[in-house]
Design a binder for this molecule. Structure first.
Ligand SMILES: NC(=O)c1ccc[n+]([C@@H]2O[C@H](COP(=O)([O-])OP(=O)(O)OC[C@H]3O[C@@H](n4cnc5c(N)ncnc54)[C@H](OP(=O)(O)O)[C@@H]3O)[C@@H](O)[C@H]2O)c1
Length: 662
């Protein structure tokens, strides 16, 4: 490559063609695609060739794939909804803890005394159980207990168990049950876990009807696993459940959206950030009248937003109101009703986020941080009690599910708003939607605070605004069996994000070490190739180089496609746009690590193999794979045919002892 300029200047096209025509027959006899690698080293020649001759199949495959490789490493966004699954507890350690204490509010003291001694707040026990209050009136005490516990136990070795009472399903997916607790601290505890990864932290929800004896026994058992963080719920039959997330698209059904130009929508936070983007898109679609609310007076940003409505000939007015003040909210509702008409829908986007470690937050700071989102939601629900709302839509955050380092109170406010809305739906029948986004790029609080960069370092991508808005509109028009939709770009493998995973396919030679797995979305897996394990490479010797054969490359990519899609009962495999850019050489001695990267896009999987030589940056092989499910009935027939074939084979072998018939 050093002499390339010199080469290009001094060798004519004819000379280079001659070199190629010598190389082609020489190499194509054995491994034609190696030529592509040679062509890579002669880019000028390649251009000349493709200018003067019809494109060869190889180069057209190569070019198309180079483009698609770039395309498919760009951003993507997926949506998820919760599933409650039965999960037996597998005990793997002994419980040796002696000093257990309880932190709780006054009304829980009797209950607490039956479980353990009350915590005095000074002596740190080995394990502290925190009883979470259930009613809105207990909000201040809940904040006090949580801040107190976080501060006093900071830097101490003290296991934490957050005990809450509800229906054992975290109020999710069980819409017929009577309203239960308004608080859940799973994401608060998840944030603490991310800040204190070595401590054992449990969040346990018990059905009200369970006896103290069972509760006590289950709490003890939950600490006999080696996980540092886990969340489990026990229903009234003391069956253990866990929350996992699955692709929401699978369960998506269309909603009959009842919004017309007569509808008035109150949009808190609607003049700024991501709420402004989504509210405008909604107005453009349904032509509703929009009341945009923020605590600041009109400024450039607000005016800019209002201009977009004017330009689109839509009706929007801005109202300055501090929504943490109930009187101000009552007044706001009156003003909006007088000026625009009866409010039929709320979009609640107001919120604040002040990243800092949990133990650094006082109870008054915590209250201030959660107020716009949580107290704001409560005030809106209260002030609109006698309005028959069609929809109450809230912008929440994935942090209210997974927690996040330095975000425990932001997490708490998001998880609790989701519960408030579940209760609103149960009590009034209003359709409720909570959209729990991961961070957005370019607009909103994440971009303003620079969190997108910090998160990128953790492997967490940001949602591009156009995709965030598209998901918003999609989930207004569609629904699943749960109110909350988590909308996220690539997540960097947070251990508090629990997915419904798939089983490994039976053929899994190349799926040795999973580096990253988002079932249904993306898989990155590593595998070592060597002469001892992969005997076939000994027969694939080209001029002394042991090459990983194409067919095994395709098998490896298909195995990854099968795992990432969860399609293991395969009827047929379609491989398109196969690209074999560079050979993969297995060393005589030692091994080479390869990486298979598989990404789902609709019905297809884009798979590519790279090697450690380029730090997994350069694709060697790639393909677009479509897997077709095997019809279960057909599967039974095939199993039967295989069984008959097997017995025939045995009989034949007995009769004539022939060579293997397969
Ligand atoms: N941006 C993201 O990456 C992201 C990701 C996930 C979830 N979310 C959620 O999406 C929502 C919108 O976020 P964003 O990024 O667009 O936020 P943002 O740009 O920081 O805007 C926050 C909005 O809330 C309003 N607000 C704050 N306190 C208020 C109060 N007391 N009374 C009335 N309005 C108040 C602000 O208006 P003033 O400035 O006038 O007070 C502003 O319009 C939030 O709920 C957030 O949690 C955002």
């Amino acid at each position: 490559m050093k002499n390339f300029k010199h080469l290009a200047n001094n060798i004519s096209k004819e000379d280079l063609l001659e070199v190629l025509s010598r190389l082609l027959p020489q190499r194509s006899q054995f491994y034609a695609k190696v030529i592509v690698a040679d062509l890579e080293n002669l880019p000028h020649l390649r251009r000349n060739l493709t200018n003067s001759q019809p494109q060869s199949e190889e180069s057209s495959i190569q070019n198309s794939k180079i483009e698609s490789e770039t395309t498919h490493s760009s951003s993507y966004v997926s949506s998820f909804s919760v599933e409650i699954i039965k999960a037996e507890l597998t005990t793997d350690v002994r419980d040796t803890v002696e000093k257990i204490a309880i932190a709780c509010i006054k009304s829980h003291q009797k209950l607490a005394e039956n479980i353990a001694q009350l915590w005095d707040g000074f002596n740190i026990p080995d394990r502290l159980l925190i009883l979470i209050p259930e009613t809105w009136e207990d909000l201040t005490e809940t904040i006090e207990i949580l801040t107190n516990v976080a501060q006093k136990t900071a830097g101490k070795i003290c296991e934490l168990g957050f005990i809450q009472f509800g229906n054992g399903y975290f109020s999710r997916c069980e819409n017929n049950d009577p309203p239960t607790s308004v608080f859940s601290v799973a994401s608060f505890a998840a944030s603490l876990h991310l800040e204190r990864p070595k401590l054992k932290i449990r969040v346990l929800e018990f059905d009200h009807r369970l006896s103290l004896e069972i509760i006590n026994q289950k709490i003890k058992a939950e600490f006999t696993t080696s996980d540092n963080y886990s969340v489990a719920g026990y229903n009234c039959e003391s069956q253990r459940h866990q929350m996992v997330y699955d692709l929401a698209q699978k369960k998506s059904q269309s909603r009959n959206v009842n919004l017309t130009p007569e509808d008035v929508i109150i949009v808190t936070g609607g003049a700024k950030g991501i709420t402004a983007e989504c509210a405008l898109a909604l107005a453009q679609k349904y032509h509703c009248k929009m009341a945009l609310v923020g605590s600041s007076p009109v400024n450039d940003e607000v005016q800019n937003t209002l201009k977009k409505y004017t330009d689109a000939q839509l009706i929007a007015k801005y109202y300055s109101c501090n929504i943490t003040d109930l009187n101000a909210v009552n007044q706001l509702i009156q003003e909006v009703t007088t000026e625009l008409g009866i409010i039929t829908t709320v979009i609640h986007g107001a919120g604040t986020n002040k990243p800092r470690r949990t133990e650094q937050v006082s109870s008054s700071e915590a209250y201030q941080e959660i107020a716009p989102k949580l107290i704001g939601a409560w005030n809106l629900i209260t002030a609109l009690k006698y309005h028959q709302l069609k929809y109450f839509i809230a912008f929440t955050s994935i942090i209210g599910v997974t927690g996040m380092l330095g975000n425990s109170w932001y997490a708490f406010s998001n998880e609790t708003v989701d519960l408030l809305l579940r209760n609103l739906k149960k009590q009034t029948g209003t359709e409720t939607i909570t959209l729990a986004y991961s961070v957005w790029s370019e607009v909103g609080m994440g971009a303003k605070m620079g969190s997108t960069k910090t998160l990128a370092n953790m492997g967490i991508d940001a949602i591009p605004p156009h995709l965030g808005v598209a998901e918003f509109l999609h989930w207004i028009k569609n629904f699943t069996d749960d109110q909350q939709i988590v909308i996220a770009a690539k997540l960097g493998g947070l251990d508090t994000w629990r997915r419904n995973t798939y089983n490994l396919p039976v053929a899994n030679r190349y799926l040795e070490k999973v580096e990253y797995f988002e079932p249904g979305i993306e898989l990155i897996v590593h595998c070592s190739l060597n002469r001892q394990h992969d005997l076939y490479v000994n027969d694939h010797n080209f001029n002394g180089s042991l090459l990983f054969p194409t067919v095994f490359g395709l098998e490896a990519m298909t195995q990854a496609a099968s795992y990432v899609t969860g399609i293991t009962n395969i009827n047929s495999v379609k491989l398109e746009h196969i690209s074999l850019l560079r050979p993969i050489v297995v060393p005589e001695n030692g091994e080479i690590k390869i990486q298979i990267h598989a990404r789902v896009d609709g019905n297809k999987v884009f798979a590519a193999i790279s090697t450690e030589d380029s730090n997994y940056k350069t694709p060697h092989f790639s393909a677009e794979i479509t897997l077709n499910h095997l019809n279960p009935l057909l599967n039974i027939h095939i199993q039967k045919i295989l069984a008959i074939a097997l017995s025939l084979k045995t009989k034949l072998q007995k009769v004539s002892n022939p060579m293997n018939i397969y």
